[in-house]
Every structure is written in C-alpha cells, then in structure tokens.
Ligand binder design. Sequence first.
Ligand code: ADP
Ligand code: MG
Length: 308
Amino acid sequence: MAALTEFDLIDRYFRRPSPSAILGVGDDAAIIAPAAGCDLAVSVDMLVEGRHFSAGVDPRSLGHKALAVNLSDMAAMGATPRWALLAGALPEANPAWIEAFAGGFFALADEYRVELIGGDTTRGPLNLSVTILGEVPHACGLRRSGARTGALAHQQGTIELSAEELASCLRALMWPQPRVRLGLRLRQLASAAIDISDGLVGDLAHILQSSAVGAEIALASLPRSQAARRLLAGDGRAVALQCMLAGGDDYELCFTSAAVHDRSIAAAALELGVAVCRVGTIVDGDALVVRDESGAQVALPRGFDHFA
Ligand code: ADP
Ligand code: MG
C-alpha cells in the first residue's frame, strides 16, 4: 500500500460532515456563525508526550482526553461546546494509531455534538492541540472573577474518583468526563467557576485572585477516594493531602455560589447524576485557608506548575 500522504490522512480520519458550520474542513479556514444573541467562548489546550502523557498510551484514550480537557474549559465557562480544531504533530502516519485516536476523539465529540471544522497536521514529536469554540448567551459566561464574600465554594466529587483500584484511578486520569451539562446549569447558579486541571488549591486560588476574596476550606468536606481515606488516617497523610489539595488532571468543576442557590444546585446535581459538595466558604481578604478536622490550619501544597 502506498504511504499515507498528509491529505489522505486528513480526508480519511478527520474530515467529517460539519452541518452546523458554514464551512468546515477542506479550505484555508472554516467559517462559523454563533447563534443570534450568543457570544463565542474560545479556548485551546495542548497535550505533549512526556509531559501530559507517557509514550505508548492508548491512542483512543488520548483522543478522548485531547477533546475532554477542552470541553472541561467550556463547562467552566457555562458555554455549550460547538466546534473544534485539531492540530497534531505525529511522529509517523500509523493508520491503526490514528484510527484509534480519531475514534476516541469523535466518540466524545458526537456525545456533545461538537463538530471538527479544521486543524493542522504535521510530522514531529507527538503533540496534540485542540481549539474549542462554544456558545454562551451574551454576557452570561461564568468567570473566575465573580466570587463574593459569604458565597460557598463547591467542588464536585465523583464516583470515578472514589474508586479503590489503581485501574480505576488510571481510568479517571485517561478518560476524564467533562462536566459540560453541569456547567450549563451553573450559568444561572454559580458566581464564579474554574475547572480543576492543576489541583484544587492552585485553581481555587485563581478564582480568589480574580475575585479579590479569600476562602476557608474544611478538609473534612473534601471528596476523597477510598485510598486517600486510608492514607489520611495513617502514615500516608502527607501524600493524601497532596493528592486531595494539589492533585491535577481532575477536570471537575470548582465553583462558588450564593447560599440561596444551595437547593437548586443540589437538585441539578441529582438530576444530572453528578456528585456536588460544598467544601468551604468565600471570605474577606485574600487568604486560602484549609482547616483539618480539629480546626488547625493545614500547610498548603503547591498546585501544578509546568515551569516550577
Ligand atoms: P493550509 O495549508 O491552508 O494550512 P492544510 O493543508 O494545513 O491547509 O489543511 C487542509 C485542510 O484540512 C484545512 O481545512 C485544515 O483545516 C484541515 N485539517 C488539517 N489537519 C486537520 C486535522 N488534523 N483535523 C481536521 N482538519 C484538519
Ligand atoms: Mg495548515
């Protein structure tokens, strides 16, 4: 069989109908028009081999995750994801690998009715970058800057994260479920939101800084896995604290809301089948304080920083 050219590869694996775009894959640029009354929310995220995933990772999970991390950003904005662009550097044109990658990507794209409208394909060290475009009713996007004193900080904790086995931890790591539906509901209910990619402490700190407020978090209220629960009670306490407070790659939503919305949030969580819990309170000042079971302040680990 003749070697796959760049254009064969795009045609075979990435060209899909995109009925909601004015123009999709195949021209010098795609053309789209957001729905009347909507703003466009746009974000890009990159996955680099050796940095975000290891060599030999399941290509299907990689396709899923490359899109999932972007959908998670849309969720944190309360935006409906609509269109994606995929830029990839691949070390080789391996059809089986690309087919599996595209399978993972499009399965998730289809679930959220996201259309791939363009991209760029080149040979190089494995690196995948997805740009996502979403719609949000004019001026309704959820920002990091809306947290107000007296509001409550919530974090979603999921059954995936409370699983005991390493296999299920790896599953949570490689197959994150973006909380898009919850994000849409939070548009009416939350005052600020962020998705947790670099760890709770670091990401909540972004909300606090943007909103010029502080927060008090109760360690006892943080969702945790069975393993973390065990470790927390014994020798592994420091590791468990590190994971719970600063573990990244969560892709759950951390958000704040006024107490008046508590019941509506609980109802939305129940309806969507996602676990949401209150982990603390927004307070005056700029400090993030985590208190343990006895009320003592917990020393905070650093969030993930690629350059630290
Ligand atoms: P240009 O030279 O104008 O940058 P390309 O040759 O890079 O165009 O790409 C041709 C078309 O294929 C463009 O419409 C581009 O958006 C699309 N494309 C390239 N790579 C991908 C990909 N991995 N997924 C989806 N569309 C792609
Ligand atoms: Mg190009």
